[in-house]
Design a protein around this ligand. Structure first.
Ligand code: PMP
Length: 481
């Protein structure tokens, strides 16, 4: 394990050596036995039934849960594992929020120390805030040198839209099919993933096809980049005819909810060129895929070439390893445009000292534990293993990914690519019975997502692939696939 993370502002604090920390010895937060499937004496809180009943009574019904038919109650996390109230230990293959591993002790400790000093709003100077802004911007190409802190990916994308409008004077936004950018109204408006139908599309929003090279609109094209980018140009031309002014083009550097989509080479460069020529700015949403997940680069847009630089980048989820902290990174010119429009950006919690401490510690851990290197090696191993499975199981139509971001797409027929949605759903439930958590997404809910905590190991890959192999073989024997 790497060294505990000590910061300048750890001064004069009881740092645990005297016994003040670790946190209070509470049976609910104590480390639970990790026995794979046995009962644990470690949890003594409310029963799952009670928790569920209260939730059904008091929490808004649209609030989503994994495994709706039999929701899980997770009482402990540790590294790449999640443990339920009975002590069952699940291998977590999907939690890209717990980027450096669940309940990483260095984050727990650093945040506890910071909470011993100050936790309040963000109106004061604080070393953690300024240092984090400097460290985050240092991870970007030079022109992206200004940072705003928020509390979530949605807030970041909302602010990115505000920045774009202030800078361009435009109103209209181009987004992609399958895109998800957040739950607030401005983000829902640009998130076709969440629309019930195209009727939900507001007038200022224009939708181009997701640059999916497996089942997308131009997946059979000899030059998908050209075709997908032409759609953007056509959209811009159409907007001009209607006297609409472009504000922004927004895209996830790699779509996740849209089905683990990796844009073809040259897509971002060419798309950004068209958008800028029309007076718009380019927003890359890295909320899911940032912070080294792709292994070779810190940000996924960098996979498209060192000359590809968005005007605004939004980041979130992994940034605080589960602590709500997110950011918008942009150019000084764009930030100044907002200053001219509304000189008072204030976000009560965005950039508070505890959140910034969590994020600083995440950055330390990514480096200290060489997690990007692990993403390269373990991700490559996982890709190879999934490719081998594809050779044996016709239901796997495609395997795609970069680093620790992989999609396995299930189809009924490889030539028609008919989505194997129900089959995928059986796999997903069976995996849970094997104590492995995966998720399904994409427009047809037939893409198994792999985006685990970055400490995921090769042994974990073996466990995952073996279970998938067993389940697919069993379903084939039963004639279900
Ligand atoms: N952008 C992307 C790409 C996302 O996947 C999400 C969340 N799934 C968001 C934005 C919104 O982030 P949050 O839930 O933190 O508001």
């Amino acid at each position: 394990m790497s060294k505990p993370c000590r910061r300048a502002f750890d001064f004069a604090v009881d740092d645990g050596s005297s016994g003040k920390y670790p946190l209070p010895d509470d049976s609910r937060s104590g480390t639970m036995p990790m026995n794979g499937n046995g009962n644990s004496a470690g949890y003594s809180g409310m029963s799952k039934k009670e928790v569920l009943a209260l939730r059904l009574k008091c929490v808004g019904s649209p609030t989503s849960l994994y495994f709706k038919d039999d929701p899980m109650m997770i009482v402990q996390g540790e590294g790449q594992y999640l443990i339920d109230e009975k002590g069952n230990r699940y291998l977590d293959c999907i939690n890209n929020v717990a980027h450096v591993g669940h309940t990483h002790p260095e984050i727990t400790r650093a945040c506890a120390l910071q909470m011993n000093h100050l936790y309040t709003n963000s109106r004061y100077l604080h070393e953690a805030n300024s240092t984090l802004a400097e460290r985050i911007t240092s991870k970007f190409p030079k022109s992206l040198d200004v940072c705003f802190f928020t509390n979530s990916g949605s807030e970041s994308n909302d602010l990115a839209l505000t920045l774009a409008a202030a800078h361009t004077g435009g109103t209209d936004v181009i987004t992609q099919t399958g895109a998800y950018h957040g739950h607030v109204q401005s983000c829902m408006a640009i998130s076709p993933y969440k629309w019930r139908s195209v009727k939900d599309k507001p007038d200022h929003v224009h939708v181009v096809s997701s640059p999916d090279t497996y089942r997308g609109k131009y997946s059979d094209s000899d030059n998908p980049t050209e075709d997908y980018v032409k759609e953007i140009q056509d959209t811009i031309d159409d907007m001009k005819k209607k006297n609409k002014k472009l504000s922004a083009f927004i895209m996830e550097s790699m779509q996740s909810c849209g089905g683990q989509i990796i844009p073809p080479a040259g897509y971002m460069r060419d798309a950004f060129g068209k958008v800028r020529a029309a007076g718009g700015v380019c927003i890359a949403d890295e909320v899911q895929v940032g912070f080294g997940r792709v292994g070779t680069h810190f940000w996924a847009f960098q996979l498209q070439g060192s000359d590809v630089v968005p005007d605004i980048v939004t980041v979130g989820k992994p940034m605080g390893n589960g602590h709500p902290v997110a950011a918008v990174v942009t150019t000084r010119a764009i930030a100044e445009s907002l200053y001219k429009a509304t000189p008072r950006y204030f976000n009560t919690y965005g950039g508070n000292a505890v959140s910034c401490t969590a994020a600083l510690t995440v950055l330390d851990i990514i480096e200290n534990e060489k997690l990007m290197e692990n993403a390269i090696v373990t991700g490559k191993y996982a890709m190879e293993k999934f490719e081998q499975l594809k050779e044996n199981h016709a239901v796997i139509g495609d395997v795609r990914g970069k680093g620790m971001f992989i999609g396995v797409e299930f189809v009924r027929d490889r030539s028609t690519k008919e989505p194997a949605t129900e089959e995928a759903s059986i796999v997903y439930k069976r995996m849970k019975e094997r104590y492995i958590l995966v998720s399904l997404d994409g427009p047809d809910n037939n893409v198994m997502k792999f985006k685990p905590p970055m400490c995921f190991s090769m042994d974990n890959v073996d466990q995952l692939v073996q279970a998938l192999d067993d389940i697919l073989s069993e379903l084939a024997t039963l004639g279900l696939i």
